[in-house]
Design a protein around this ligand. Sequence first.
Ligand code: SME
Length: 162
Amino acid sequence: MAENFIIDQDKSKSEQYAEALLQLEFLVDGEPNLIANISNVMAALKYGFHFFWVGVYFVNQDELILGPFQGPVACTRIKKGRGVCGTAWKERKTLLVPNVDEFPGHISCSSASKSEIVIPVFDSNNEVKLILDVDSEELNAFDADDKKGLEAIAVLISKLLS
Ligand code: SME
């Protein structure tokens, strides 16, 4: 596994995500444990991209349960269809929320969070197994480059599931 994770802040966002993906592949290489790998991926993303909050929620029956994350303490359980995470799960698609106050039913785990992006992670049967959630303290922090980059990271996480 890689011992450090460095993202060149002077590069474009899409280059940063490409660099991140390569390093994340090294980070998880050779380790079969899902929680260990997801924990390290979350730490790498938090300290590589300086996100306010980054973490996963696992699908468990009719709700999501908090998994490995980096950032302030968060809500532990979210019902299907509730909040941004529960809606991304229900609709099986990435949700980019420029202003959380304008998202009906947004669940505020921290009043400091202003925008977020939520990406579903699918297993080999095309079922949503977990949700990747990234929050920012700034409005409108995420764009199409983040969507593309984080969806590629979601594919990497989905490969860890098998
Ligand atoms: N805001 C999310 C809840 C999770 S936290 O932001 C960590 C939502 O509305 O689903």
